[in-house]
Design a protein around this ligand. Structure first.
Ligand code: ATP
Ligand code: MG
Length: 504
């Protein structure tokens, strides 16, 4: 099916989120949308999927004008979408999620679980996307949940498949697998619209790339375009893809982790006797394939879960057994991996989210009463400083684009004096311009004398920031490496293989 958008415009109040967008997607084409945070990519796709109505413009399917009234109408017309934020029901199984809203029923009107399971298995085999139909969605990794989302879209006869930042939550290996799967789907004639901030994968998967800036199309280019040029098209200025940073000058331990062991709800050891230190003035990066205990380690450092053994001190003060509040009071700043769960409250305003963990601080309240003026002043300062794109400070955070929500978290956590900054996937979902900015801010925290601990699944990010790299595998720190360790060597360590020259 040939999809054409003509002059699509969408406004939210005075904000023009989509500004006379023209776009053609040919049958079987992988068409990538690139654009900075808040450029209007998700909005455009939500229009195409019937979740939003355009203010002006036209959609044409195979040359015929078409109005998309609802997702149901989109699906009926052959358009499927995998959203930026997953829309699965966590307590249901994979099979149940797949048939939600269109349940096959038995003769007696009961949900036909057997038919649903068969359908899952058939689809998952046809497209090379393995999942267990009986697994509860809440128990799946994000990569697996995404497979379910994709299968759910493919369960209908799709001719256009939209994926909004599908790789933001994937490991590099999962990304490679996904790209293969999508290539195969495109080869069968289905068009794919693929949104991503990662220039490397966009140039690998795309047939054509359309760049959107501040709501308008700036160019449609072919994938041979150099990454630097794409970055410049996106943000309208040249971008440093690598941060400039001077050698670290560590000046004494801030964080000391000693023999920390964490078990999960099922009683398995997920962090296994981990010990390390981070000094003031250095950035330590924890590299590792997602799911090797990094998340559990971070949450233990923040007091969100209690280790069964070991000690965690910041500037000598023991934190094990203390509340998360006491951890923050010890001078820890925290950028969580999953901002929508742990970082922001979607229905609260931008201004409120910017002071979430500071509400009882003297700066914003008097005798326990919040001062609206102080809150507003703080918000306008942070919005300007972090270039948060929002209509107003009073907008709910949930209405911001994904990348701008992340900036709200960073702005809040970096706006008080920190002894230690702990950040999980700090630039997940951010555009290249924002990544440059966040990396600069993290380096600035270091140079101000904070100890910084970064966990990232992006090797590029580990290399860009770390003064020292620790590798985590199977819940243990399996090695440490300097910032100029070759990638393949680090890759082996991440896979649990000890480099031969280090064998004892
Ligand atoms: N429901 C809404 N109400 C008000 N403003 C909105 C709403 N939805 C989106 N916006 C605004 O429209 C603009 C475009 O947002 P959109 O989510 O489309 O960006 P995006 O390109 O997908 O960004 P990202 O890369 O961060 O996901 C943003 O400024 C956003 O704040
Ligand atoms: Mg988006």
């Amino acid at each position: 099916m040939r999809l054409e958008l003509r002059g699509l415009t969408k406004r939210f109040g005075t904000l023009v989120a989509n500004d006379r967008i023209d776009l053609v997607v040919e049958p079987g084409e992988v068409h990538c949308l690139l654009g900075e945070n808040g450029a209007g990519k998700s909005t455009l796709m939500n229009i195409l999927y019937g979740l939003l109505q355009p203010d002006e413009g036209q959609i044409l399917l195979d040359g015929k004008p078409w109005t998309c009234a609802s997702p149901r109408a989109a699906i009926a017309a052959g358009i499927g979408m995998v959203h930026q934020h997953f829309m699965l029901v966590p307590v249901f199984t994979v099979a149940e999620n797949l048939i939600l809203g269109r349940e096959p029923r038995t003769r007696f009107g009961l949900l036909d679980h057997a038919a649903a399971r068969r359908r899952v298995l058939e689809l998952s085999q046809r497209h090379g996307l393995p999942v267990d139909p009986d697994a509860t969605v809440a128990d799946l990794s994000v990569g697996e949940q995404q497979r379910v989302e994709i299968l759910k879209a493919l369960a209908h006869e799709v001719e256009v498949l939209i994926l909004d930042e599908p790789t933001a939550v994937l490991t590099p290996q999962e990304t490679d697998e996904l790209i293969e799967v999508l290539r195969a789907i495109a080869a069968s004639g289905t068009s794919i619209i693929f949104i991503s901030h990662k220039l490397g994968e966009v140039t690998r998967i795309a047939d054509r790339i359309t760049v959107i800036r501040r709501g308008a199309v700036v160019a449609t280019v072919d994938p041979a375009t150099p990454e630097g040029e794409l970055a410049e098209l996106m943000v309208g200025r040249s971008v440093e893809l690598v941060v400039a940073k001077s050698p670290a000058r560590p000046s004494g331990p801030v964080l000391a982790v000693d023999g920390v062991t964490v078990v999960d709800a099922a009683g398995s050891v997920v962090v296994d006797d981990v010990s390390f230190q981070v000094e003031a003035g250095e950035i330590v990066g924890i590299a590792g394939v997602v799911g090797n205990g990094q998340s559990e380690l971070i949450t233990a450092l923040l007091g969100l879960r209690t280790p069964v053994r070991g000690s965690i001190t910041v500037r000598g003060a023991e934190l094990v057994g203390r509340s998360p509040r006491e951890h923050l009071d010890a001078g820890i700043g925290y950028v969580p991996e999953d901002r929508s769960h742990d970082g922001v409250i979607g229905s609260f305003s931008v201004a409120e989210n910017l002071i979430l963990d500071l509400v009882d601080g003297a700066e914003f309240s008097r005798h326990g009463v919040l001062s609206p003026n102080a809150v507003r002043r703080n918000a306008s300062r942070r919005i300007e400083e972090f270039d948060i794109r929002t209509g107003s400070a009073a907008d709910p955070v949930g209405a911001l684009s994904g990348g701008n929500q992340q900036k709200v978290v960073l702005a809040r956590e970096m706006s008080r004096p920190l002894e230690l900054l702990v950040a999980g996937q700090p630039t997940r979902g951010l555009d290249v311009g924002s990544i440059e900015f966040v990396h600069e801010r993290i380096v600035r925290e270091r140079d101000r004398g904070a100890a910084v601990l970064i966990v990232s699944a992006e090797l590029d990010e580990i290399y860009a920031l770390s003064d020292r790299i620790l590798v985590m595998y199977g819940g243990r720190i399996v090695g440490s490496a300097g910032p100029d360790t070759p990638r393949d060597r680090l890759g082996l360590m991440m896979a649990g293989v000890r480099p031969p020259q280090e064998a004892r």
